[in-house]
Design a protein. Sequence first.
Length: 513
Amino acid sequence: MILALRGKLFFVCSGVFAVGIVWGTISSISIPYLLLSEFIGALCLLVGTFISDEAEILDANLAKRKIVLLVLGVIFISTPIGEVRAALAPHAIQSFLATQINSQVEMTGTIISDPDIREKNQQLLVRVGHATNILVFASVFSHFTYGEQVHFSGVLTVPTPFDTGNGRSFRYDNFLAKKGVFAIVPRANVYEVAPASGIWNTGAEMLFEFKHIFVTGVSHALPNPYSELARGLLTGDQHGLGDSLVTILASSGLIWVVVLSGYHVTLIATGVLKLFEVLPRRLKYMLAGLSVIAIVFATGASAPSIRGSVMACFTLFAEATHRKYDALRALAVTLIGVLLWSPFLLAYDSGFQMSVVVTPALILAVPILESKLLWIKSGLLREIISVSIVAQLACLPLILWQTGELGVWAIPANMLVMSFVPVAMVTTFFAGVAGVVVPMLAPVAGLPAFCILYYVLGVAKFSAALPFSDVIIPPIPFIAVLGMYAFFIFVLYLLTRLHSENASQLLPNSHSP
């Protein structure tokens, strides 16, 4: 009983901590309120812990009061902690830069991420000083690497929102704020001052170089647009896809295929384990965890991939040490850890938001839905149908709020594609390796990947071409999103209760002979 209560209190703690993070991100905090909240929380916990287990057994109402006091104590203590963490993160441009906005500047800094090469320019995330990040737009014809010291000059501006054309605006300022970026130099003159130095910078640049070599190998093995789709599938890089391909994938509900999410990370971890199968158990799992971390870092460390990699490492650790793995508890720990590291992700990163709502939905709802589909003889087909329905329903409120795109054909499209994604990743990986080792034979080695990607893209194009595939609904208030999720949670609660009751009725009577 005590262990079960502690587990529930931990979930309450992680949930209200996340709420506090969001509240502290979008609003200012009051010190008197924080102190009062902490005092009330400590008082509730103190009174609740004074109620003994013996008293609970004698008085059921007293047991309920204890639970209420402990829950209130956790809420009043954890929420302000989240608010304080968000408040400690920088929310605006630094004062020494604020005076130079819309003026010519010259600065020297270090590139702290892999250069993001686009069609017309390349974006360099440059750290000036100890904690000032500036996004610098350089010529696409220049070559820069992670860890280089560069000197840049240009007009310093602040990022601003822009209209997306569907009645909504894209908060470009918030998008960059999650990276600690509050200033940009749109057209900069950049040149190298010093090459990368140090073990960390050298190792990181090696990882990025391996990625670039591999991407080149994929382009040798597969023609466009399939090489672009393959690159997005394995690295999560959507910038080379082109607007038309992104639109097709988004309209068909298959944009997740080119997002390095927890699903992709899980597949990568499984594949690495198979690769190291002959090694000793603990060494095998340790190398698998390090490989996952390295791949996620080399591919840009997007928020969904970070969440997925942390949970994958928890899974690997549990399997390596023969411990029980609780997916929901791992998600709660991951949520707290990621938000402590980067508090703006939950409020400003749509991919992380999707990841946070979809993961618990899959954990809780898929087994229930699969139990209702037992008339389908194939277990794989039941899983595909269940995952597709649950994932799309879990994402729907956020998608309607963020983009307004109502994916009418998303569920059947996902049913047709989902089972082919693991095979596509494996065949694309071997095609990329062949493209690096034997470029002349790469098209032959890439033929299996080409066939699968041709099918995936064909399903996406067909779904996007169907009637009502491009339905855009008017903007909805965020309170409507909360209402939809509250309804989903209520339905899930009822289904869980019903599922548990049915399962208990099917158990054999312990008193029967």
